[in-house]
Design a protein around this ligand. Structure first.
Ligand SMILES: NC(=O)c1ccc[n+]([C@@H]2O[C@H](COP(=O)([O-])OP(=O)(O)OC[C@H]3O[C@@H](n4cnc5c(N)ncnc54)[C@H](O)[C@@H]3O)[C@@H](O)[C@H]2O)c1
Length: 401
């Protein structure tokens, strides 16, 4: 079986690596640099080992391409392209539309199209299917299914094999073929009654995280105002063996999922006249955390940051990945600079970002830890500045949330 995977980013390349064990995979990406890197055997995604990629290329089981014709004869197409927000924070299906164009224009016979990109309920039925049909000159009748991706990049304990996969086809045949496709490499498949349920479940999973993170971020502020240690309080609450799940405070949420997906749910809810008050407020609380963190640093430093050299430690949105999408570090840096601070950042996992490069982990007047990668030593953080503010709860003996 030959499989085309549209988009070779965090999701697409991860799924390519797994499927190429069983199928011949064509990884289609519109970014020529990524295509060329992948074909030379270099993986740009944490969790996908370059040596595995090289083995698959050598065995003729994987190749990357930006040429639509290379996907013309596949049996299955998986869509794994970005689903971001527009500048006015509305769902942006432009990448999905472009992927549908590639599929519609190039696929020559009926295939199974599976969407793994996250989007609102109805995307498969009302956008993807009509869009592919619009671009298909020969008006080919494809089979359509959804199986929202749940990968957590950089995570070792849960992967494509042992993370249960939700799926549903637009027809019984599409559901059956989707099950056959994933059952080669995924241990547990959960069929739901419609694609809309699968799409909504994915959005609700990430909304659950977003709202709980906002709640704990608000609680961190309450605990500080009461003179209570938030981490000790959370650990105490977490001794309850049922009905509680521990989330930890932070400078905000980042990545392509938690700050984005709930807004997809809120947008579709409001379109249908349903309230999305928790989702909207949670988003605000999480975005405001960066300002709160800077306010705490300011208060501890005599009420002014003017001219002070401040090192932000960790700009990736989470530990051990180079992903800077929607990172809270960006807002923290913006607020610090607005206060007149001279800000540099240290993050050797990210390396370069927005035209700036990672600075040494030393020599600042103030350090603010936003993300702590495992490779960063606690002692080096502590000695990087006379005043250290930690938003991660991982550095002992310094100021923090
Ligand atoms: N990153 C995650 O942890 C994660 C987890 C679960 C689900 N998702 C969802 O999966 C989808 C993909 O996210 P990602 O993190 O892999 O994004 P990504 O930015 O890492 O990768 C997307 C890739 O698609 C390529 N691309 C864009 N438009 C294209 C087109 N028209 N044709 C071919 N390639 C195109 C880009 O060049 C890029 O390489 C999103 O809907 C996201 O919400 C992401």
């Amino acid at each position: 079986m030959k499989v085309a995977i549209i988009g070779q980013g965090y999701v697409g390349l991860t799924i390519s690596a797994f499927t190429s064990e069983f199928y011949e995979v064509v990884g289609f990406d519109s970014n020529l640099k990524i295509v060329s890197q992948l074909n030379s055997g270099f993986s740009h995604i944490e969790g996908v080992d370059s040596r595995d990629l090289q083995r698959a290329i050598k065995a003729g089981r994987y190749k990357a391409t930006a040429n639509g014709e290379d996907i013309s004869d596949v049996d299955v197409v998986v869509i794994a392209v970005p689903t971001p927000l527009t500048p006015d924070r509305k769902p942006d299906l432009a990448f999905i539309e472009a992927a549908c164009k590639t599929i519609g224009e190039n696929i020559r016979s009926s295939v199974l199209v599976i969407n793994e990109s996250t989007s609102f309920p109805g995307t498969l039925r009302n956008y993807i299917k009509p869009s592919i049909e619009k671009y298909s000159k020969d008006k080919i009748d494809h089979l359509y299914a959804i199986s929202p991706e749940r990968v957590d990049p950089g995570r070792g304990d849960f992967n494509q094999k042992n993370t249960p996969r939700i799926y549903s086809g637009l027809t019984t045949e599409a559901s059956k073929l989707t099950r056959d496709f994933y059952s080669r490499f995924c241990d547990e498949l959960v069929e739901v009654s419609s694609p809309e349920v699968a799409e909504a479940a994915k959005l609700f999973e990430n909304t659950f995280r977003q709202v709980n993170i906002a709640l704990v971020n608000e609680f961190a502020q309450i605990a500080h105002s009461l003179g209570i240690n938030v981490y000790e309080t959370l650990d105490a609450a977490n001794t309850k063996p049922y009905g509680f799940m521990k989330f930890t405070p932070s400078a905000g949420v980042g990545g392509h999922c938690i700050p984005v997906d709930p807004t997809y749910l809120a947008a579709v809810a409001e379109e249908h006249g349903a309230p999305a008050t928790f989702i909207r407020r949670a988003n605000e609380v999480n975005l405001e955390m960066s300002k709160y963190v800077v306010g705490r640093v300011l208060a501890d430093n005599g009420g002014t940051l003017e001219g002070k050299s401040i090192l932000v430690i960790g700009v990736a949105y989470k530990p051990n990945v180079a992903d800077i999408r929607e990172t809270a570090a960006e807002l923290v840096i913006e607020h610090l600079r607005a206060r007149g601070a001279v800000v540099s950042w240290h993050d050797e996992v990210v390396g370069t970002w927005k035209g700036e490069t990672s600075s040494p982990l030393a020599g600042a007047e103030i350090a603010v830890v936003v993300t702590k990668h495992d490779s960063v030593k606690e002692a080096d953080v502590i000695s990087s500045a006379p005043y250290v503010f930690d938003t991660t709860g991982k550095i002992k003996g310094v100021r923090g949330l």
